[in-house]
Design a protein around this ligand. Sequence first.
Ligand code: 13P
Ligand code: SF4
Length: 327
Amino acid sequence: MEPKVRRGDEELLRDEGHLEAAELKRRIAALKKEKNAVIMAHYYQRDEIQEVADYIGDSLALARKAATTDADIIVMCGVHFMGETAKILCPDRKVLIPDPEAGCSLADSCDADEFARFVEAHPGYTVISYVNTSAAVKAHTDIVVTSGNARKIVEQLPQDAKIIFGPDRNLGGYINSVTGRDMLLWDGACHVHDRFSLDKILAMKKEHPGAKILVHPECRKPLQLIADKVGSTAALLAFVSEDDAKEYIVVTESGILFEMRRKCPEKVFLAAPADDAECQCNHCEYMKLNTLQKLYETLRDEAPEITVDPDLAREALKPINRMLEMS
Ligand code: 13P
Ligand code: SF4
């Protein structure tokens, strides 16, 4: 019986798929030029989005870039709080996001009203919030931090300062352990980082004894303790560029492997397995909602647009600016 798809057809289908992506990329480049737009992408974005981005970075780098860009349109290929932060920093620019459903389980673990009550119940505390929060939570915050500057910022506060840290309990615990502080932690977590399995990673290490273990501080403490390096996405990337190991077990969202492989093509990067048997590697479903097709349509239609109430934006800007001054 004739096979349904012959070898030649398979190649043709692959080529057509490739052509489609190539055409999307061509159109994106043309629209970007025509509209004076800039495409910013987080390291957890799909490979093809990182390929067309003007800037790729961690949350801190993206906020810094947004604050200084002279583009009329910012397309934030990341999750909602990243677009919101860009809009707060540049209220006069149009900030677009390819998929407005791209949320963040960590930001969702911190309800603004509950957080406000928690802050009110602790007068005299300096309130530090991770950038992975809504604008409403930032408005109840003294200083915003990212995983890339949290330690540096906390260390600038007096040793005896009473500090609330929200919402990530794992990052907060890590900063407590490296600074010797005793910050009061909000009980939130990221569903991707919180589910990595210590046992599976130890088993992987047994099979790859020469591999170094890289861990994002949103992971649980037992993983932080076995890490050769704990750091933000940018810090992990800097580490692999300077380090002399040949192989790494990467315990963070697997989108970062794209930039690691681009930076160090001669090295081997293994995505750490998650605890969930169904899940081969770790994807943030929210980050992956943005696709090349949606990015093209977003630029073409100048929508969906991120908006932030101007009064709320003014309040949320203060702790973001404080972060930029202190980092
Ligand atoms: P980075 O600040 O390290 O880029 O992390 C952002 C994030 O969403 C981690 O899950
Ligand atoms: Fe949020 Fe976690 Fe996704 Fe980062 S990886 S955007 S913290 S849900």
